[in-house]
Design a protein around this ligand. Sequence first.
Ligand code: WA2
Length: 282
Amino acid sequence: MNANIISRRRETLENMCDERARMLQDQFNVSMNHVNALAILVSTFHHGKSPSAIDQKTFAEYTARTAFERPLMSGVAYALRVPHSQREQFEKQHKWRIKKMETEDQSPVQDEYIPEKLDPSPVQDEYAPVIFSQETVSHIVSVDMMSGKEDRENILRARATGKGVLTSPFNLLKSNHIGVVLTFAVYNADLPPDATQEMRINATEGYLGASFDVPSLVEKLLHQLASKQRIIVNVYDTTNSSAPIRMYGPSTSGTSQMHVSNLDFGDPFRRHEMHCRFKQEP
Ligand code: WA2
């Protein structure tokens, strides 16, 4: 093939890939900013007012009406920090037990992930039961998010850093689709930007989290673009460069030309990439 054609073809692939990566990154960034604003909303109107101006009904209504602001999030929820010493009082007040998250050996039908059927959480130093949720993730209400490995790591890192943090890709509850969870800590005080980890941990009231259902929401995004049929798109978590985790797209092998576009989802602890290839050889 003519060298000119080859280089034009490579340029087209690069442009298409960079455009898609930029779109995904921008939509992630606006979604993340809105989840950050929700954490401030909970701080201001739940913890900052007595009595609280937010209950489950208000939270569900507000998060449904503002869902368009978070195009890459399948749902948002708020988990309260509950030390073991306050568990009994908390459960009496809410009239339900704090439940343990169960990811394996759940009911065979995913739709039957019903919090009422879960076991109470065993004794722990502290818990993070979900008290408010968007309707789309109502199945996590009353579940202790510290009882799930990925959610727990996110909670600990969010509250120690004061930043929005991301999990590695894992299977989300109920949908069983691969996804990532974004978490912001909610504090009881306006902490100075240079607050120590210890100050942050002590000031923590709870955790505002959002789930990003990667296959369905990335598909929806890419579908909006023309000439989708021409390229194959994959998204990887490349935090561990020797063991990248595929988050989106078909499992692919082959020797056809590939372009890699960088993705920045705003958590310096994680690395992501988009890989693009043409479907057909020239
Ligand atoms: N949200 C939705 N589906 C999930 C999930 C989750 N976590 N974890 C597993 N499947 C309330 O960080 C606090 C949301 C966790 C926040």
